[in-house]
Design a binder for this molecule. Structure first.
Ligand code: SF4
Ligand code: MG
Length: 287
């Protein structure tokens, strides 16, 4: 069999990235391209489902299939793609506004279904595309045009939600820690089941609080916590809560995860009308 050689050039497009100079999304794009190359996945086997927001432009800058979906709908489209073609590497990507506001219910239900898709959220704790409003992950007291006297609400905690909803791969990265982010995305793609990679990706134009320096000062890197066990969901929940969600690394992975689509062995191999939708009862008993 011929050896496949995939290079970074294969994943580049001619379109110039539109993001502001210094935007964290550049780092996420670079890490995703590198992860795909290192895994030797060919571009025609990859689909990027991108949400609405600055981060949603990411699909335009990767030479793979790209669907730019309506606001908050990356999860159902990604799930549909995976069910229709299980050989495809399906990557959903979007921002904290897209995924954790209008897309929240899809996010929660995708995790409990556990399809084999990777979800990268570029979390900058603000709405960047619409020029700087408070988002679901903005901190209490955060002052923006939409909350000039400070945000009255508590922020959404995506990692804690993911752990509670039954996600089988939960990781958090930082766009300027490329080495770790590439590893986390590779692990997410290789994982059999739903994989969340929430990534702190600073908005240098509108978020003057959660800057690169701020994250560097506050993040706890799990690679430097020697006794951390990423296979203990309850311990992970406690650790993340104790550190106010400011943790990077592989937070949790279930070793024996069975993806949703594998529980329906007859699905996705023939025309829809001819498909056998009876579940595999043995696999239904497992997670
Ligand atoms: Fe990035 Fe913020 Fe500029 Fe959008 S507004 S491209 S999130 S720096
Ligand atoms: Mg945002």
């Amino acid at each position: 069999m011929a050896t496949v050689t995939v290079t970074l050039q294969d994943y580049k497009t001619s379109e110039k990235a539109w993001w502001c100079p210094g935007c964290g999304d550049f780092g996420v794009l670079a890490a995703l391209q590198k992860a795909l190359v290192e895994l030797e996945i060919e571009p025609h086997n990859v689909a990027v489902v991108a949400g609405i927001g600055c981060s949603g432009k990411i699909g335009n800058y990767i030479n793979a299939y790209n669907i730019h979906v309506t606001h908050g709908r990356t999860m159902p489209v990604a799930l549909g793609l995976k069910l229709a073609n299980r050989d495809l590497t399906v990557i959903a990507a979007g921002g904290d506004g897209d995924g954790y506001a209008i897309g929240m219910s899809h996010f929660l239900h995708a995790m409990r279904r556990n399809p084999d898709i990777t979800y990268i959220v570029m979390d900058n704790r603000i709405y960047g595309l619409t020029k700087g409003q408070t988002s679901p992950t903005s901190q209490t007291g955060f002052e923006t045009k939409s909350t000039p006297d400070g945000n009255l609400e508590r922020p959404v905690q995506p990692i804690q939600l993911a752990l509670a909803a039954g996600a089988t791969y939960v990781a958090q990265g930082f766009s300027s820690n490329q080495k770790q982010l590439v590893r986390l995305i590779k692990g997410a793609i290789q994982h059999k089941g739903f994989a969340l990679v929430n990534t702190f990706s600073p908005c240098v134009t509108f978020n003057k609080v959660n800057t690169y320096d701020w994250f560097k000062e506050h993040l706890v890197d799990l690679d430097e916590v020697p006794d951390y066990d990423p296979h203990d969901r309850v311990a992970a929940m406690r650790f993340v809560a104790e550190h106010d969600g400011l943790v990077t690394g592989l937070i949790y992975q279930e070793p024996e995860s069975i993806p949703f689509e594998e529980k329906l062995p007859g699905l996705g191999r023939r025309p829809l009308a001819a498909q056998d939708l009876r579940p595999d009862k043995e696999k239904l008993q497992q997670i």
